[in-house]
Design a protein around this ligand. Structure first.
Ligand SMILES: [Zn+2]
Length: 218
């Protein structure tokens, strides 16, 4: 089976996810937010303790809080970085954005693989499908695992909330369209692992998320 662990990193309290196949120990590191030595050590200790073999580095999108650890993870494990091409300008703006927030940042390596709607990747024995869900950022992606019924949603959907759309390339109408036409079509019992905060399910958000309820009313 697949296991998933979240580590909360950096001043933005971002969820970094590690997902691994318990048999082969092959692992993916998703949105590494570790931004200083102590957080980098925390990530590495976890990987060492569990005996994991990182094989993929994935970004749901390229906002600063999700990519602060890209350079570290790439240099430490030498694994391919996956991102949607439309978030390249966001990736390249890291130094400027970091200066604005006063957060130290090492520039991210360039992506090795561009992911898009309909693409798939595997972690050990398990396949994931890639959903293109723009609106929070121009190239936001979500990763769906059908057998375990879970979704890595990035900053598109949160428990009782949705991603902000006031950052460069954000668009409210596009975001709500992504949620309605992609995420809400997933099975209701799909567990949602968000970029910030607690986990939720598609069914719970369909019933209780004030932003979705408001959108569907109009
Ligand atoms: Zn974001």
């Amino acid at each position: 089976m697949l296991n998933i662990q979240s580590l909360v990193f950096n001043p933005f309290q971002e969820n970094t996810y590690i997902i691994w196949d318990d048999k082969s120990k092959e692992a993916a590191i998703i949105d590494p937010g570790c931004f200083n030595t102590s957080e980098q050590n925390e990530l590495c200790s976890f990987i060492d303790q569990m005996g994991l073999k990182p094989a993929l580095l994935l970004n749901t999108h390229a906002h600063i809080d999700h990519i602060l650890g890209n350079a570290f993870v790439k240099s430490r494990f030498d694994i391919p970085l996956h991102l949607n091409q439309k978030d390249l300008p966001v990736l390249h703006s890291l130094s400027n954005v970091a200066m604005m927030y006063g957060v130290p940042a090492t520039p991210s390596p360039e992506p090795d693989i561009f992911l898009d709607e309909g693409h798939t990747f595997t972690i050990g024995r398990y396949g994931f499908s890639v959903l293109f869900v723009p609106g929070h950022s121009p190239g936001s992606l979500a990763f769906y695992q059908p057998e375990h019924k879970f979704l890595i949603s990035g900053d598109v959907l949160f428990h009782q909330s949705i991603g902000r759309t006031d950052l460069p390339g954000g668009d409210y109408a596009v975001l709500m369209n992504s949620i309605q036409n992609k995420l809400l079509h997933l099975p209701k019992d799909t567990i949602v692992y968000s970029g910030h905060g607690q986990t939720t399910t598609i069914g719970y958000e369909q019933k209780n998320n004030p932003f979705i309820l408001e959108y569907l009313r109009t």
